[in-house]
Write a protein that binds this ligand. Structure first.
Ligand code: SF4
Ligand code: SF4
Length: 385
């Protein structure tokens, strides 16, 4: 569901040759022109320069834009500046989305212009979808409760490391116990959101709908052939390492896309299931090393949750290597490249996901041994699990 009115401006930065030396930004320009509700597309040599930002603010006013998509460098570098630019044009800063086609595409795929362009087009579409689902009332990434769905189970309260959630009787709901988030205490890790069993919680700016739309877009419309690997990456740890890998021009296999979350604990098992059921050939979660989490214990929760998920996926019949969790800290660019490249290689060896809806393979799923389990003659013989 698209939120609010939609008049989108798309800005594509060539970064003085840093981006357009490796990929075709004309193709991105054309793709952006064809996107629904896009009212202006511009190429910029240095989008971050004061002159370009001034032009951007002027265009935001002139074309009455309410959303801005910038395909350029890492959001860790200039997102705040671009948000400020849009705010100077009297728009909401949260309606800016950056698509990291420099560090996480052009710089790591310098030798294969065609693949780099195909991947950048995928990334642009994913960022567009994410932006379209952004609400203008959301200021920062905090947790929100839908009290209609909340059963008052208290799981979120016990998961929160910052004492930001409290469960108490709520008069509006006849005194039933409901969760309340103190947004001043919430650090925005999203751990509680992934833990809620009733989907009563969501995170602003990193909503379930936004992440799921990115997954779906990548798997439905990807220009990249087999393999297609989804990598969930923590903003503070592996995403930083990924940017450094780009900065160091470390060559990588292009057959993956990164979906950024604030903490690996935000990765909802449902996202992994969704990706695999939509035909991802592999899913990799990259958390920081245990004990070195920006949110202190977020990645410990990730490890526990993902270990359980592994068992669950095994029960569903997925090959154990269709999903992997690995640990990469912010300074480990080499570790990031090694983990991603080796995983993509592993997935390539395994072959396509047999549940890929595009391959039209019959649902006799080769990796799903449970399909071949014969029921016991008598139920008291038990099923061997
Ligand atoms: S985990 Fe979900 S259902 Fe349980 S109290 Fe928290 S918000 Fe409500
Ligand atoms: S997002 Fe993190 S800090 Fe905020 S309420 Fe949830 S667990 Fe607590």
């Amino acid at each position: 569901m698209v939120k609010g009115s939609q008049r989108i401006g798309v800005y594509i930065c060539s970064c003085g040759g840093n981006i357009d030396n490796s990929l075709d930004i004309q193709a991105l320009h054309q793709a952006a022109n064809n996107m629904k509700n896009v009212v202006n597309v511009s190429e910029m040599e240095f989008a971050c320069s004061p002159e370009s930002r001034e032009k951007m603010a002027e265009a935001v006013r002139r074309f009455k834009m309410d959303r801005v998509l910038i395909a350029a460098c890492s959001p860790k570098l200039y997102l705040k500046e671009f948000q400020q630019t849009v705010e100077e044009a009297d728009r909401q800063g949260c309606m800016v989305e950056m698509c990291n086609i420099r560090e996480q595409c052009a710089w790591i795929h310098p030798k294969d212009r065609q693949a780099a362009t195909a991947k950048a087009l995928d990334m642009l579409q994913m960022s567009y979808d994410r932006l379209m689902l952004q609400s203008s009332t959301e200021k920062s990434n905090v947790s929100q409760v839908n009290k209609m769905r909340c059963t008052g189970c208290g799981i979120c309260e016990s998961v929160c490391n910052f004492n930001a959630i409290h469960i108490a009787p709520d008069n509006e709901f006849g005194g039933s116990r409901k969760a309340t988030v103190n947004i001043n205490a919430c650090e925005g890790c999203g751990a509680c959101v992934a833990a809620c069993p009733t989907a009563a919680l969501d995170q602003t700016c990193f909503s379930n709908a936004q992440v799921l739309s990115q997954i779906e877009t990548y798997l439905k419309d990807s220009r990249m052939g087999f393999p297609r690997v989804v990598v969930f990456s923590c903003h503070w740890c592996s995403y930083t390492a990924a940017d450094t890998a780009g900065l160091k021009r470390m060559a990588m296999d292009p057959h993956f896309v990164v979906i950024r979350t604030m903490c690996s604990a935000r990765v909802d098992p449902e996202w992994v299931l969704k990706a695999l059921s939509k035909g991802a050939d592999g899913v990799l979660v990259l958390a920081g090393h245990p004990g070195r989490c920006h949110y202190e214990i977020g990645n410990l929760r990730t490890r526990k949750r993902m270990t359980l998920l592994h068992k669950y996926l095994d029960q569903m019949g997925f090959h154990p290597d269709r999903f992997r969790i690995a640990y990469v800290d912010s300074e480990e660019a080499e570790g990031y490249v090694k983990e991603v490249n080796s995983y993509v290689e592993k997935v390539r060896e395994m072959g396509p996901n047999p549940v890929d809806p595009h391959t039209r393979v019959s649902p006799k799923r080769l990796e799903m041994p449970w399909l071949d389990i014969k029921p016991p003659k008598k139920w008291d013989e038990g099923l061997e699990l």
